[in-house]
Design a protein around this ligand. Structure first.
Ligand code: PRP
Ligand code: URA
Length: 209
């Protein structure tokens, strides 16, 4: 079964508070999502494998360490996942970025895929799917299915805020996928919004509505 990690670093939790605040405007919301994504990138990469290298320092030859293992691919779910990309790329500048376009029908809450464009070598990459919100889990679930259908084998999911219902869906359908969260919230409301949540992440990031 996939593991669920709530990244409880104080800076992440502090910034999340302001992301949740309904009085936070678009500019500040965007900046905060960017900052939290970078902090989450730091935590999520904690266990990346290292390999030994030899480096000439100005003083002597030293045994050092460099990153080993699979290359990384970032997969934002459009639109709101876009807000997390730059923060991640600050720490993972060589990562390739694929996009999955999904929107959630406001009546049925069913996700509809309208776009997908991925790096050609996704089967060789460690993929991190990015979406600020994991609500019913339908969108992330479909995105992960889509990636697997195209050969992806190594996938993690990173969200700012999740509802227990969405986490359960991913755990059931994708037990191989570890989930990294800024916070696990209480529940969904009757419209499928996360409670207490932060509202509509896409609208708040892009100033739409
Ligand atoms: C939001 C959010 C997730 C999805 C989560 O996207 O960014 O992708 O809803 O809900 P779910 O877990 O119930 O599927 P939305 O469909 O509003 O599209 P947007 O990002 O374009 O605003
Ligand atoms: N999508 C959002 O943007 N917010 C929610 O609370 C649920 C789905």
């Amino acid at each position: 079964m996939g593991n669920v990690f709530v990244l409880d670093h104080p800076l992440i939790q502090h910034k999340l508070t302001y992301i949740r605040d309904k009085n936070t405007g678009t500019k500040e919301f965007r900046e905060l999502v960017d900052e939290v994504s970078m902090l989450m990138a730091f935590e999520i990469t904690r266990n990346l494998p290292l390999q030994e290298a030899t480096t000439e320092t100005p003083v002597t030859e030293a045994t050092t360490q460099v990153l080993a293992g699979k290359k990384i691919g970032l997969i934002p779910i459009l639109r709101a996942g876009l807000g997390m990309v730059d923060g991640m790329l600050n720490l993972l500048p060589a990562a390739k970025v694929g996009h999955v376009g999904l929107y959630r029908d406001p009546e049925t809450l069913t996700p509809h895929e309208y776009y997908i464009k991925l790096p050609s070598d996704i089967s060789e990459r460690e993929l991190i799917v990015l979406d600020p919100m994991l609500a019913t889990g339908g969108s992330a679930n479909d995105a992960i299915h889509s990636l697997k259908k195209r050969g992806a084998g190594n996938i993690r999911l990173m969200c700012l805020v999740a509802a227990p219902e969405g986490v359960e869906v991913i755990k059931q359908d994708h037990p191989d996928v570890d989930i990294y969260l800024g916070a696990m919230d209480d529940k969904l409301d009757e419209k499928g919004y996360i409670v207490p949540g932060l509202g509509d992440a896409g609208d708040r990031l892009f100033g739409t509505k």
